[in-house]
Design a binder for this molecule. Structure first.
Ligand code: BGC
Length: 897
């Protein structure tokens, strides 16, 4: 008897989202069933205004009818037009290949405020104090109001230019940090929606909001303050339905009052200063006397888009305890206490302290230590990264900053009354709420630590936008960095909503000419409209990767016109298809950033026009595929031809008849091979040249941000798997494992961030938490463990399972939570037997490459594989026996010779 159930209902990737503004949301679900071959053959969705209506199948907003289809993700809602604030309940019924029928539980989604006119609130804030370059205290805003009847339902729609933290009757609303998130505030701002029914009661209620500068008017990178505006502003609308059916709306307006209180300054780069003596106890509770508070200022509504939150918000995720009691560095004036959190992390510390009123504790943050054990802060550049807490003096005090974050492993306290113990600080780890989806481990502990470092680099740098680094005065959404890391990111965590939001930032930042920028959101810093090769191309590569990993065609559709503008821009700005040609008057790009073959230059040794032309070809080719997917056949052909032309220009210009690529750099070869820019007959000569160069350097790479991510794939595809493993396992500098052997807990920006001979690299640019080189993660998952998606059936609808053991590893295991469910590939070599456990999620299929030499029998769960249920023999190649699998759990076994 086979049984199938259906559940895990999602709308726009989210579980019961509150406040979305997608007019035709996409619905996804999962099938569950342990037996092999679970496959959906048909579905029916019903949607209605209430759960009862769904159950009774009445008053339906949408009845899809029975649809003969195996589609179980991204099914587009096709019912009645959705109104602002409407909640839609839905469920799905599925039929499987064995005639089973299953019905899901009922789920819902709720619409946000879809029209401008839905907002009756006004923008409010405090008057400006201080000047453009000084930091200003955070205003506290409050409004008391009375409810005459019990509350049936209440929603808070809220946003800010700046950051807000909202409380109702003293209770914090939601778990989200740094709301409303970072967008280009000159164009759009996100709002959040909260169900605050339980926070309200009959009688007096108080809504209290603290505003922070954040990205809006605080320091951003090296651009100073006020890149978007001069002070933070709030917009809030509380919409209440009483049990008698009456409604009441409380909005931000002139009736609110403000005061400046304990937060003396609060800045994302510089830190927060808090004087607890200036607190006003009970300020956000009923009964507080706000006679001394002043009426707020009112501001004209900015002419920008107000959009529902697209991406995951930043939240707190874990807490770290220092790994040792602090080390004291006494001097005649002050003792400094240094704590080691044991992990380079992003967030802040919770301080625990007791002492006389007026004592100020200073908290500084650093990623590394000087040789004498004091904190090393030179690489933070101008970021002060310092918090101050001044005590009330009334017993134990516990404090955390609100509107700042730091990237650090070490924490220094000074001014602490007495001697702090190990629990004086607790690390609070924050990042965008991108749920973990991937796991990887293998028999080599150093590679496991590398994987750990990649994940922590991702945590720390997925903070509302994909940032380059979290610690110095930078923390920008660098497009190149995001592009090289996105595939790895999509293994480790569900980043689809995160990139749905950020690709919009990218489009918002596109120049009128069609160029994509070096950073998004634009922070008013760069003046550079064009990010150049490998940076600007993020505008195509990122949506494409989200399509590959999550089957998301809508993202392609949304950005298609923008991508077309980009390619048109490249066509116009290139000369004879060479992009960034030598005397190109514009920006020629960052080159192969931080490659080691640039004789000391940060942009590496590979010619910028070569990189430019290679990425021009690649982007044109991707756009051709995207056009075909979206059904634009003529465009597909046109971009395909463009690709061919650029490719030909590349060959003519950079490739010799002997297969040498101009400049003979590793990255030059890597791009030519990976982007298919060589005549087929010359591929192996080029791969040989690449391998020779690596060997000549003592099995070492010389690549930077651009070449490194593709390097192991290129070697693997060229039949040099051993060399790919040798590079991965290389422990001496430069290599992925060198930092690991030096105790790194995140990925370094530079191969030589710190070396035995030279100590710290140039403090002007030396982050110890930069995810770019973590892009090796995608090779680790897809080649060591062997999990990949068929690009023709994206989103792991059809898995390609092809582990390629090597490097002396005796075991590797990866699991990936796909849109369809959990996929697993776990192999071990045990007494000359290769044992491989596989899980293929329900409603998907897989092609499994079992490493088995010609003539070696392959067993599955103790039977000859071809006799096993769910297994179909496809063919044999030199290295493997290839099978097609239905969903289910399998164990293959082969004797290795
Ligand atoms: C950033 C990068 C970025 C680069 C551009 C650096 O300052 O940290 O990671 O991609 O500039 O060249």
């Amino acid at each position: 008897m086979t049984t199938v159930t259906v559940g895990h209902l999602r709308c726009e990737y989210l579980e019961q989202p509150l406040g979305i503004d997608v007019s035709r949301p996409r619905l996804s679900w999962r099938l569950f069933g342990d037996q092999r071959g679970v496959r959906q053959t048909a579905y029916r969705i019903v949607a209605a205004p209430s759960a009862d209506d769904v159950a009774a199948e009445q008053n339906l907003l949408w009845d899809s009818g029975r649809v003969e289809s195996d589609q179980s993700i991204h099914v587009v809602y096709d019912g009645g037009r959705l109104r602002s604030r409407q909640r839609v309940f839905w469920r799905v019924q599925v039929w499987d290949a064995h005639g089973n029928v299953a019905i899901s539980p009922i789920a819902w989604w709720e619409m946000g405020l879809l029209r401008r006119s839905d907002w009756s609130a006004s923008w409010i804030g405090a008057p400006l104090v201080g000047g453009r370059w000084t930091t200003i205290p955070a205003p506290f805003l409050r409004r008391s109001f009375t409810l005459d009847a019990p509350v049936l339902q209440a929603r808070l729609y809220i946003t800010a230019l700046g950051l807000y933290e909202c409380t109702i009757n003293g209770q914090r609303v939601g778990q989200d940090l740094f709301t409303p998130g970072w967008t280009d505030y000159r164009r759009r701002v996100q709002y959040q929606v909260y169900d605050v029914t339980d926070a309200l009661h009959e009688g007096e209620n108080v809504i209290g909001v603290i505003l922070g500068d954040g990205w809006y008017c605080g320091h951003v990178a090296w651009a100073g303050r006020q890149n978007y505006g001069d002070r933070p502003k709030l917009l809030a609308q509380l919409m209440i339905t009483h049990s008698d059916g009456s409604t009441q709306t409380v909005v931000s307006n002139r009736s609110w009052r403000y005061a400046f209180g304990p937060i003396l300054e609060s800045d994302m780069l510089h830190g927060e200063s808090y004087d607890a003596r200036l607190e006003f106890p009970g300020w956000n509770m009923p009964g507080f006397d706000d006679a001394a508070w002043q009426p707020v200022d009112l501001f004209a509504a900015p002419d920008i888009a107000m959009v529902a939150t697209r991406g995951p918000t930043v939240q707190r995720h874990e807490e770290l305890r220092p790994i040792n009691p602090p080390t004291a560095f006494p001097s005649h004036q002050v003792t400094r206490w240094v704590f080691d959190m044991g992990q380079n992390m992003v967030g802040w510390v919770r301080l625990r302290v007791q002492g006389p009123a007026g004592t100020t504790v200073t908290i500084r943050y650093a990623e590394a230590l000087n040789p004498d054990g004091t904190i090393y802060t030179a690489n933070l550049r101008s970021a002060r990264a310092t918090d101050h807490y001044t005590l009330r003096g009334d017993g134990e005090e516990v404090w955390e900053p609100r509107f700042t974050f730091h990237g650090f492993r070490y924490v220094e306290l000074s001014g602490y009354p007495g001697a702090p113990d190990i629990d004086a600080v607790t690390g609070i780890v924050v990042h965008s709420a991108t749920p973990p989806t991937g796991e990887f481990s293998c028999s080599d502990p150093l590679i496991n630590q590398l994987q750990h470092n990649i994940v922590w680099g991702q945590k720390g740098n997925f903070l509302d936008v994909p940032t380059d680094c979290p610690q110095r005065d930078e923390r920008l959404g660098w497009t190149g960095d995001a592009q090289v890391f996105i595939r790895t990111a999509a293994f480790n965590m569900n980043v689809a909503p995160f990139f749905t939001k950020w690709t919009q930032d990218l489009e918002d930042a596109q120049s009128p000419e069609g160029a994509y920028p070096p950073v998004a959101p634009l922070a008013g810093i760069s003046g550079l409209p064009d990010g150049g090769p490998a940076w600007a191309d993020a505008g195509i590569i990122c949506p494409w990767t989200i399509y590959l990993c999550y089957g998301d065609t809508r993202l392609l559709e949304t950005h298609y016109p923008s991508m077309q503008r980009f390619i048109a821009y490249l066509e116009r700005s290139s000369r004879d298809f060479i992009r960034c040609y030598e005397d190109y008057p514009g920006f020629r790009g960052f080159g192969d950033w931080l490659a080691l073959d640039g004789s000391g230059r940060t942009d590496g040794g590979t010619a910028k026009d070569l990189i430019g032309t290679a990425f021009f070809a690649y982007s044109a080719r991707l756009l051709s595929r995207i056009a075909a997917i979206l059904g634009h056949q003529r465009d597909a052909t046109r971009y395909r031809r463009l690709f061919e032309r650029v490719r030909q220009a590349f060959i003519t210009r950079y490739v010799t008849a002997a297969g040498r690529v101009a400049g003979e750099t590793q990255t030059g070869y890597v791009l030519a091979l990976h982007f298919d820019l060589l005549p087929p007959a010359l591929r192996s000569a080029a791969a040989d040249a690449l391998a020779r160069d690596i060997r000549a350097r003592g099995t070492r790479l010389a690549t930077g941000f651009v070449g490194t991510p593709y390097l192991p794939h290129v070697l693997t595809d060229a039949g040099c798997l051993d060399l790919a493993y040798a590079l991965l396992l290389q422990r001496t500098w430069p290599s992925w494992l060198y930092p690991v052997t030096q105790g790194a807990t995140t990925i370094w920006e530079r191969w030589d961030g710190w070396t035995h001979d030279k100590g710290f690299q140039d403090p002007g640019m030396n982050s110890f938490n930069h995810y770019a080189y973590g892009a090796i993660g995608e090779w680790i998952y897809s080649t060591i463990a062997g999990i990949d998606t068929d690009p023709e059936q994206p989103g792991y609808r059809h898995l390609i399972l092809r582990p390629q053991p090597g490097g002396g590893l005796t075991a590797a295991r990866a699991a990936l939570e796909t849109m369809y469910g959990r996929a697993v590939s776990a192999w071990r070599i045990d007494d000359h037997r290769f044992i491989w456990e596989i899980v293929v999620p329900p409603n998907t299929t897989a092609t499994a490459y079992v490493p088995a030499l010609e003539g070696t029998p392959v067993q599955e769960s103790g039977r000859p594989a071809e006799e096993s249920e769910g297994v179909t023999f496809v063919h044999r190649d030199e290295e493997s026996a290839v099978y097609r699998l239905t969903s289910g759990t399998y164990t293959f076994e082969v004797v290795q010779r």
